[in-house]
Design a protein around this ligand. Sequence first.
Ligand code: HXC
Length: 512
Amino acid sequence: MTTNEEKYKKFVDLNSKSELGGGAERIEKQHNAGRLTARERINILLDQGSFVEMDKFVVHHSTNFGMEKNKILGDGVVSGYGKIDGRPVYIFAQDFTVFGGALSRSNADKIIKITKLAMKNGAPIIGLNDSGGARIQEGVESLAGYADIFWLNTKASGVVPQISAILGPCAGGAVYSPALTDFIFMVKETSYMFVTGPDVVKTVTHEDVTKKELGGAITHNTKSGVAQFMSDDDAQSLMTIRELMSFLPSNNMETTPIKFTNDPTDRTDEKLMSLIPSDPNKPYDIKEIISSVCDNNYFFEIQEHYAQNIVIGYGRLGGRSVGFVANQPAAFAGVLDINSSIKAARFVRFCDAFNIPIITLVDVPGFLPGTVQEFGGIIKHGAKLLYAFCEATVPKITLITRKAYGGAYDVMNSKHIGADVNLAYPSAEIAVMGAQGAVNILYRNLENDAARQKAIEEYEDAFANPYKAAELGYIDEIILPKDTRKKLIDALEMTKNKRETNPPKKHGNIPL
Ligand code: HXC
């Protein structure tokens, strides 16, 4: 008869075996490739000692290609739950040292189990991806596993935050689970995502492209907009996830987390009085206003390298986290185009789904003209941003710092599409278009420069200010730049208990 001591020893041995994954040699290979192992990553991401692993003894059920003799405990994914800053999160980390982290049926079932637990218990799910894709030996069972995960990602969308880190390869249909989640983190030299790799690209389109060019972190953070964050290494990526989590509620029923601050809510900032140039054609950095108003001047930017004409990210005002959407006059004059509309629309929808108030800073000359934009569908992409703002029922506060021209005035969270508090600086210009353009259209045949200049000045006096809009109640208050922090915090406080719902429906039809 086996004694209990022997049973305990067997358990301890199996446990260690499971924790060793694909073995010392493959762990070394992983390290040599500049990557950490699944367990090392989890240890960095979660509060020390908080990780509880589940399904440690799961193995695959494949009998093809001699796989019945090749079973590794855990089967290539480490899953469980733990804490970030004391708050619960659910996690899975693909283990590249076991069958290249490739997705088997059993492996998919572990991910599904942990995601369902996250949804049921109202906490974020974080996936650390590092995998050769579908487990080739399992064929359609593996594809089914992926599809089950995609389905669940869609069900979880808007219920709990879903975060994906790409920390190694992510190819084929495997990219679609991360794509269905809310935020994608990548690492500069060691991670890549593509639907088809360079070899297939070469065969089909005859293009020569490297893995890095095709789907590296720089590509997806600057060109495609697929990823939101880019780090130098695994550890930096994981620490950035921790930081992001600190701004988010755990689920769609919670309000945003509050972090105590010593920063006075009525702090003024004289520097802002000279930030905005009197010449409307001169740029300035909108991030100076954002960081000036945030607690301890800290702004956490998202998608920093993509569509830089719009800035999005989180900050805290009086301890409470808020989302910022801001035109950036320092990049393409802050114009709205296809990419910036999509970037901001997705962010607004995430904030709205998770009860995060939205602060919109407006300095926008309008939508970008031209065939590239029109052929690319600026009408439907711009409509995404419009739709997202119209649909959002969280507290919405808008500040016009300078230009608010044309359709872009309406789109950028104007009073008319449901903003709760609309503020403007005295430097605001709220009009159908800029003075030059207006005079060109209204007075095509002006005989001389002096007459033209006079017409421009007349137009500027009439429209290049916030007073007409304030007269009509479209602007609630005109404020001095130095008072911005206090005024925004007052507005947030006033809208704290806002309750608004959209008409009941199955779902709307956002212009995709
Ligand atoms: C089973 C796999 C595997 C896979 C890698 N391995 N990919 N096992 N299924 N998909 C195994 C290897 O056999 C090897 O096992 C170990 O993982 C490490 O792989 P290496 O090739 O030695 O590593 P490396 O040189 O770093 O190359 C990594 C790689 C390459 C670029 C990911 O392995 C690769 O191209 N794999 C196939 C990728 C792919 O085409 N996947 C299918 C995509 S389609 P040993 O025992 O030697 O350590 C897809 C469909 C999803 O995913 C559809 C969803 C709808």
